[in-house]
Design a protein around this ligand. Structure first.
Ligand code: NDP
Length: 283
C-alpha cells in the first residue's frame, strides 16, 4: 500500500516558511516582494488561477497586482504593459497568465519579460540557465515536484526517473532538475515505443500527459514513487490525474493524489520565485 504524498500539507508548511522569510526580508530592507499577474480575456480557468495567485501572495504578506486586459487587447498594448511593469521597482515578478488569445504571440510576450522578473522561468535565458544548472528560478510545477520529493526524503540520486511528457512547462524542466540531482532520466512522449516497458523500469515515475487515468497498474514497477502532475476532468466530471490512482495504489510506495498532490505546490513555488526575485533585486 502506498504512502500518500500530501501536497496540501507540504504546501502549507512551505508557505509558512515563505511568509516568515518575507517578513524578515521586508524588515531588513524595507522591500516588500511584489508580483504582477496579467490576464488577457475571460478564460474561466485562468481567472480562477489568477485569483488564487493573488490571494496566496496576500496571505504570505507580498504585494500583489492583477491586471485584467480585455480579449481584444493587441500584442502592442500587452507588450507596453509588460514594459511598464518591467520598470516598476515595486514589482519583482511578472507573470502573464497563459494561454493568451490566439492573435497574440506568446513567445514574444515571454521574451519581453526581463529574465530577472520572469518568475514563471519561461524566458529563454532562464530556460538556458536550467540547462546549465545555475538557475535562480525554476518553473513552478517541476519545482513543486522536487519540493515534494524532498519533503518525503525520497532519494533521487542514482534512481531511474521516467517522465511522461516533454512540454516546456513541465516535462523538459522536470528532466533537467532530476538530472541535476544525479538521476538517470528518461523522457517519454507520444512517439515513444513500448511505453509501458520504459515506465515499468522507473523508480520514480512522473506523469505529465494530460490524459485521465493514462498510467495503469501494468505500467508501474512494484514499489515505485508515482508523481501525478495531470489535472483532467474524468467522465464523471470530477478532477483526476494522469494516473489510475486506485489501480496503482497497492503496487507503489508513494503516490500523489489529484487533487491535493502536485497542484497546491505550483502557486507555492511561484511565491518562492517572487521572494527570490525580490532578494536578487537588492543584491
Ligand atoms: P502538454 O499537452 O503540453 O504535454 C503533454 C505531453 O504528453 C506531450 O509531451 C505529449 O507528447 C505527451 N503525450 C501525449 N499523449 C501521449 C501518449 N499517448 N503517450 C506518451 N506521451 C504522450 O501538457 P503539459 O505538460 O502542459 O501538462 C500536462 C498535464 O499536467 C496536463 O494535465 C495539465 O493540466 C497538467 N498541469 C498541471 C499543473 C499543476 O499545477 N499541477 C501545471 C501544468 C500542467 P508529444 O510531445 O509527443 O505531443
Amino acid at each position: 500500500m502506498a504512502q500518500i504524498i500530501d501536497g496540501k500539507a507540504v504546501s502549507a508548511s512551505v508557505r509558512e516558511r515563505i511568509a516568515k522569510e518575507t517578513a524578515e526580508f521586508a524588515k531588513e530592507t524595507g522591500v516588500i516582494p511584489g508580483l504582477a499577474v496579467i490576464i488577457v480575456g475571460e478564460n474561466p480557468a485562468s481567472q480562477v488561477y489568477v485569483r488564487n495567485k493573488h490571494k496566496a501572495c496576500q496571505d504570505v504578506g507580498m504585494h500583489s497586482v492583477v491586471i485584467e486586459m480585455p480579449e481584444n487587447t493587441t500584442q502592442e498594448q500587452l507588450l507596453e504593459k509588460v514594459d511598464e511593469l518591467a520598470k516598476d521597482n515595486a514589482i519583482h515578478g511578472i507573470l502573464v497568465q497563459l494561454p493568451l488569445p490566439a492573435h497574440i504571440d506568446e513567445e514574444e510576450v515571454i521574451k519581453a519579460i526581463p529574465p530577472e522578473k520572469d518568475v514563471d522561468a519561461f524566458h529563454p535565458a532562464n530556460v538556458g540557465r536550467i540547462m546549465i544548472g545555475n538557475q535562480s528560478f525554476v518553473p513552478c510545477t517541476p519545482a513543486g515536484v522536487m519540493e515534494l520529493l524532498d519533503a518525503y526524503d525520497i532519494e533521487i540520486e542514482g534512481k531511474n526517473c521516467v517522465i511522461i511528457g516533454r512540454s516546456n512547462i513541465v516535462g523538459k524542466p522536470q528532466a533537467m532538475l532530476m538530472l541535476q540531482k544525479n538521476a538517470t532520466v528518461t523522457i517519454c512522449h507520444s512517439r515513444t515505443k513500448n511505453l509501458a516497458e520504459v515506465t515499468s523500469k522507473a523508480d520514480i515515475l512522473v506523469a505529465a500527459v494530460g490524459r485521465s487515468k493514462f498510467v495503469t497498474a501494468d505500467m508501474v514497477k512494484e514499489g515505485a514513487v508515482v508523481i501525478d502532475v495531470g489535472i483532467n476532468r474524468g467522465e464523471d466530471g470530477k478532477l483526476c490525474g494522469d494516473v489510475d490512482y486506485d489501480a496503482v495504489f497497492d503496487k507503489v510506495s508513494y503516490i500523489t493524489p489529484v487533487p491535493g498532490g502536485v497542484g497546491p505546490m505550483t502557486i507555492t513555488m511561484l511565491l518562492k520565485n517572487t521572494l527570490t526575485a525580490a532578494k536578487d533585486s537588492v543584491r
